[in-house]
Design a protein around this ligand. Structure first.
Ligand code: B12
Ligand code: SF4
Ligand code: SF4
Length: 406
């Protein structure tokens, strides 16, 4: 384990502690709540249509409230612009790259494969390259077919299309991009949505660059963002973090304030192990996210395999979010929401001694003291968007640092 804050240790439990039962069934991307808003009257409404349209044309006079004004939407949509370019580039081929289909703007692999060192040497080198090309976190997992969507969603057909992955690509490189903490601190707001857009736009460029590096060595690389495979189980397997009650991966470096991208490859690299630093135990006593969630979408009980609706994967005992409730709230406020990230005590600057001390304490039997300390500090308080727009008042609570996985 290199340079990671807190008491991080390797998790030796199968499937990193998550119970995957005999009733497990792979998930179809057609059923995620975003795609359902195109075909399922239970989810689609005038509000969801207005929500999507607002990402193309900033709302002018929707709300006078701070954080939802024209400038906020203008900034949010500008932050999305990079990801949008790639998503829309091949729409006439029924592709929505990065969201429904893999990114494909790449040169072919070189005809000649470079002779490589040991898988461990290649893994260390690849991580150095990934960090240099802009990733904030990187880890490597073995391919696991359970996390491949059974089918993709086609907007043209308004239904399913095949989702295939060459089985020779037996490694998944998972990268994490930290999101801007000063924007997230204003959630819920259109301004906070700029952190999401920026995360996606950065992810796209970094994924393409790492993939092109691998192809230049003569190996295959398929960069995927939200498309093709489930990010969370892969990020856990790749040792980037632990799973939290709010249904997100919590990393020691950035908490859950991080976005993931994946590269499926046949580059012969060694894999990382899942990590543990006390998140499961902390979520057992903390309810900050389920209490603060404006749509009551986050469970406050024990992990369960009960489904909220067709937008949950079947047969896994885990904390599961009600996607219909969550997305319903987004449609109401006309932007995505990150309240669960803002309030989570792991969303803190761990480059300071105070941040590292909190992380250390949180992984001990004194975790209740860590929670009390967090609540007392006022860290989770929503920052007014008005303050964000004041140039000297922007609170910087996380410094971006670059960390390879285990
Ligand atoms: C669709 C989607 C949503 C939808 C709908 C989910 C749904 N059920 O349809 C909604 C609107 C809820 C949503 C909201 C958000 N999302 Co989202 N979402 C996705 C997306 C594109 C697909 C996930 C999916 O197919 N879910 C359908 C089924 C599988 O859902 P589920 O059964 O409830 O399982 C969820 C978790 O339990 C977990 N999971 C799945 N399989 C397994 C297996 C095991 C063993 C475990 C432990 C967990 C696990 O992943 C699923 C995430 O929805 C992923 C990207 C990706 N390809 O994975 C991003 C993703 C999960 N979202 C992300 C984020 C950040 C958010 C938001 C904070 C919004 C924002 N500001 O970006 C909120 C947080 C809500 C919450 N607390 O979960 C990040 C998570 C990063 C992290 N740190 O973990 C991802 C990975 C996107 C990315 N590129 O980084 N999202
Ligand atoms: S994004 Fe907002 S609405 Fe959705 S689960 Fe998190 S806090 Fe709840
Ligand atoms: S807010 Fe608390 S319960 Fe929710 S994920 Fe974070 S630590 Fe776990």
């Amino acid at each position: 384990m290199q340079d990671r804050p807190g008491r991080v240790r390797v998790d030796d439990r199968p499937d990193a502690g998550w119970r995957i039962g005999s009733g497990f069934r792979r998930f179809s991307q057609v059923n995620d709540v975003f795609n359902r808003s195109w075909w399922d009257p239970l989810v689609s409404s005038d509000e969801t249509a207005r929500f999507f349209e607002s990402y193309r044309r900033p709302l002018v006079d929707w709300k006078k409230a701070r954080g939802f004004r024209r400038k906020d939407y203008a900034l949010r949509n500008a932050a999305w612009h990079g990801a949008d370019i790639f998503a829309e580039l091949k729409e006439d081929e029924d592709r929505r790259e990065g969201f429904l289909d893999p990114l494909s703007v790449l040169r072919d692999a070189s005809d000649e494969q470079l002779d490589l060192g040991t898988p461990e040497e290649e893994s260390a080198e690849l991580k150095q390259v990934a960090l240099t090309l802009g990733a904030d976190l990187v880890g490597i997992a073995e391919t696991d077919e359970r996390w491949l969507y059974t089918e993709r969603y086609s907007r043209e057909a308004n239904g399913a299309k095949p989702n295939e992955m060459d089985p020779a690509l037996d490694r998944v490189i998972v990268i994490g991009q930290a999101m801007d903490p000063s924007l997230i601190a204003t959630a819920p707001s259109a301004l906070a949505g700029a952190a999401t857009g920026l995360g996606y736009s950065q992810d796209v460029i970094v994924l393409l660059a790492i993939s092109q590096y691998i192809r230049n060595l003569g190996y295959q690389a398929v960069p995927t963002l939200n498309d093709t495979t489930l990010a969370i189980p892969y990020a856990i397997k790749a040792g980037l973090g632990e799973y939290g009650r709010h249904g997100l991966v919590i990393t020691p470096e950035h908490g859950s304030n991080v976005r993931f991208g994946k590269i499926h490859t046949d580059l012969p690299v060694s894999i990382d192990a899942p990590i543990r630093f006390g998140v499961e135990e902390m979520c057992g006593i903390c309810r900050a996210c389920s209490d603060a969630c404006p749509s009551s979408a986050i469970p406050d009980g024990a992990p369960s395999d009960v489904l909220h609706n067709v937008s949950n994967i079947e047969g896994i005992t885990k904390w599961s979010v009600d996607g219909e409730a969550c997305f319903g709230y987004w449609a109401k406020i006309n932007s995505d929401c990150s309240v669960c990230i803002r309030v989570c005590p792991y969303t803190r600057d761990t480059s300071t001694w105070e941040g590292r001390a909190w992380l250390w304490l949180s992984a001990t039997r004194l975790r209740r003291l860590a929670l009390w300390w967090d609540a007392r500090s006022g860290r989770a308080k929503r920052v007014s968007s008005k303050d964000w727009w004041e140039p000297n008042a922007v609170p910087v609570t996380l410094s971006p640092r670059k960390v390879p996985g285990t």
